[in-house]
Ligand binder design. Structure first.
Ligand code: NAG
Ligand code: NAG
Length: 385
């Protein structure tokens, strides 16, 4: 009896000390800590226990960044053969959608799919199940599960990977409300972006995004953010994110809300070619060793490069836009934003052009070369998902 009590006492103490020693996280906003502490669950019987501890809240980075997904574990009895400890990371898109990321069993490791060559174990000492993701992509955004298993027991913890970025509404030359879900997904991809999540749209709304046309989100819902309520945009008295709910992905057509993050390059207005038609604009960028900027790239440059330019310019999809950080009267109104003049005829020689040039050096992936790839040991464990 005292043995069992003693063990529980020891575990509580351990959990407390682990909370104090929780791993370094690049940043998570203080206000999000509250109420987000992971509930540690302990499984224990005569075979021993595994306890997993993830950091509270979320970790934040940007596209191209390197980030640690923190996860620690402790097991009892402590003399368990380390080669029998399995660490598994899974991305959890929703209740029914899982994606394998990483598995380690003893010294053997395997990295899956788009994470190959980018994910490694942190190895900051015994009990560290954290992984490091290099060259973070837009698709990495989301919720991850860390699962640690010894012969008999397992425990899991969760970490949310958040990206700094920008949400923008998008519709194609065809016009408003022309995209079904799959086309919206493609449209965002063509603009160097992905469909935004609900929480990304919500954050953008809090930061002032106001758009009175409904657009697809990544979860298949259709919503739009209203910062300045008005008659034609839902209820006229309350600001908020209006929600049409989950819509038919093939048959129904709306605009899209896209999300993008930091660029591995620069967007700039081409000064030497002030007025060009669309064909000349394409050539002008190429002559510079660049390409025309995509809509997502222009938004990213506005957000991260603070690109501010009161000159309308062609972008790659055939629309004409310009980015304003410091609003002024003759540059499209009182709010910062990327102005959109729509899709003029491509022959018009009335606008300049925004080009995008990739950075020549990018050192993000150095540390990922030496990763061990596959091992037959994991075949069964990954099939069981
Ligand atoms: C743009 O102008 C060039 C001549 O400089 C012409 O060859 C081209 O067809 C024009 N493009 C369009 C889309 O009208
Ligand atoms: C980082 O990832 C992006 C997108 O997957 C890729 O285009 C780029 O080449 C990668 N960078 C490096 C340095 O590998």
């Amino acid at each position: 009896m005292t043995g069992v009590l003693g063990k529980w006492w020891f575990l509580s103490l351990l959990i407390c000390s682990m909370l104090l020693l929780s791993p370094t996280v690049t940043s998570y906003p203080a206000e999000s800590d509250k109420g987000r502490k992971k509930v540690v669950h302990v499984l224990e019987d005569e075979f021993g226990a595994v306890i997993v501890q993830t950091a509270p809240g979320k970790v934040v980075t940007h596209r191209g960044g390197t980030i640690t997904l923190p996860c620690r574990f402790h097991h009892e009895p402590e003399n368990v053969d380390p080669s029998r400890i399995r660490i598994k990371w899974t991305k959890v898109s929703d209740e029914f959608q899982f994606q394998d990321v990483f598995v380690a069993l003893g010294r053997q490791q395997r990295v899956f799919g788009p994470y190959r060559g980018r994910v490694e174990l942190e190895r900051a000492g015994p009990g560290d199940a954290s992984v490091i993701i290099h060259n973070v992509t837009l698709q990495d955004y989301g919720r991850y599960e860390c699962e640690v298993t010894n012969d008999m027991e397992d425990d899991t913890g969760f970490v949310n990977l958040d990206l700094e970025g920008v949400v923008f509404p998008y519709y194609p030359r065809l016009g408003r409300y022309r995209l079904n879900y799959h086309e919206a997904e493609e449209a965002c991809k063509h603009q160097d972006a992905i469909l935004a999540s609900h929480s990304q749209l919500h954050k953008a709304w809090k930061d002032g995004l106001d758009w009175c046309n409904a657009g697809w989100l990544e979860d298949g819902s259709v919503q739009y953010p209203v910062a300045h309520p008005r008659d034609q945009c839902g209820r006229k008295d309350t600001p908020g994110v209006r929600n049409y709910g989950y819509r038919h992905k093939e048959d129904e057509r709306y605009d899209a809300f896209c999300f993008t993050s930091k660029l591995n390059g620069q967007v700039y207005f081409l000064k030497r070619f002030k007025k060009v038609n669309y064909t000349e604009a394409v050539k002008a960028c190429v002559r510079e060793g660049a390409v025309m900027a995509k809509v997502g790239q222009l938004y990213a440059a506005w957000k991260f490069q603070l690109l501010d330019r009161c000159d309308a310019g062609w972008v790659e999809d055939g629309s004409v836009r310009y980015p304003i950080v410091n609003p002024r009267a003759r540059c499209g109104g009182p709010d910062p934003g990327v102005r959109n003049l729509g899709f003029p005829e491509k022959k018009f020689r009335l606008y300049g052009v925004y080009c995008f040039r990739k950075d020549l050096v990018n050192s993000e992936t150095e540390a990922t070369q030496a990763l061990v790839q596959s091992s037959s040991v994991f075949t069964t464990s990954t099939q069981s998902i």
